[in-house]
Design a protein around this ligand. Structure first.
Ligand SMILES: O=C(O)C(=O)C[C@H](O)C(=O)CO
Ligand SMILES: [Zn+2]
Length: 278
């Protein structure tokens, strides 16, 4: 498991391209028949990918070394969204079939986890976020139809997109984790512009649905000190509370956002006037 320390905005301002990438970019989430994990000390979110192909995967008991617990979810909750082929996920004695673009919430205390692909020719790709949790809410699958969609933006401003909110209080209870997926319409390139910060929550964006030559220029930094990262397919960006998080692609793309922190109010954002951007 890779550990990332928190970063102060004054330090981030001084970084060059490589330094910014080392702090904020998670370059490889999916490896066949492996589980990847990146532990950010910002609100202690863990970001990762599970890609079972020819074998079932689970969380190794050694992970307890990093969490200081007997098993991975002893004091954590986990949300995943499947961006690959159909998966079977066993959570203790319960079993869930998670199709493409479906989500699963796994509550605190789940011990035995098993992830497998239904068809190795179309492997599942389970992108997940995990956060510290204080109580055990029920495990639950959430379909795209249940994910309270909200369409916003316009073709004129090149930001027409639909936000699917999978793990939010209107859909199900979680301790702190919020997760959803934003899909841009063909021809739209911008997400989250006008942009915002949220001093009370951190956020991670995971970009996908991109071909190998496509990139997203992801904007980060304080509104008055913006920087960018060149992000490719299936890469994630960690966004501290003080940072904007917005992107423009060379073509349409989809991304999964996950947030943890002080509250679960999706609209609790500090909106940045366009005139304040530098
Ligand atoms: O396209 C968007 O706008 C988003 O998806 C915004 C994210 O959901 C977000 O940043 C929530 O705080
Ligand atoms: Zn945000």
């Amino acid at each position: 498991m890779e550990i990332r320390q928190p970063i102060h905005s004054a330090h981030a301002r001084t970084l060059d391209t490589q330094g910014l990438r080392e702090q904020f970019l998670v370059e490889q989430l999916f490896k066949p028949d492996e589980t990847t994990l990146t532990y950010s000390q910002i609100d202690r979110i863990i970001v990762g990918g599970i890609m079972p192909v020819n074998q079932a995967l689970s969380f190794a008991p050694e992970l307890g070394r990093h969490t200081g617990t007997d098993f991975f979810l002893q004091r954590r909750e986990l949300g995943l969204i499947n961006i690959g082929g159909a998966a079977r996920v066993k959570v203790d004695e319960q079993s869930f079939e998670i199709g493409p673009r479906e989500a699963l919430y796994i509550g605190q205390g789940a011990r035995a986890l098993e992830f497998r692909s239904l068809d190795p020719a179309q492997p599942a790709k389970l992108y997940f976020n995990s956060a510290p949790a204080h109580t055990a809410y029920p495990h639950r699958k959430v379909t795209l139809a249940e994910a309270s969609p909200e369409t916003l933006g316009s073709p004129e401003t090149s930001n027409r997109r639909t936000i699917y909110k999978f793990l939010v209080p209107d859909v199900l209870p979680t301790c702190q984790l919020l997760m959803g997926m934003t899909q841009l319409e063909p021809g739209s390139l911008w997400n989250t512009m006008p942009c915002h910060t949220h001093d009370r929550r951190m956020e991670v964006y995971f970009y996908f649905d991109m071909n190998e030559n496509a990139v997203v220029f992801h904007m980060l930094g304080e509104p008055s000190e913006t920087r960018h990262l060149v992000v490719r397919n299936e890469q994630a960006v960690i966004s501290p509370s003080w940072s904007i998080h917005s992107g423009v692609g060379t073509q349409a793309y989809t991304f999964i956002w996950g947030m943890v922190g002080e509250n679960q109010v999706f609209k609790d954002m500090d909106h940045v006037p366009m005139s304040a951007l530098r």
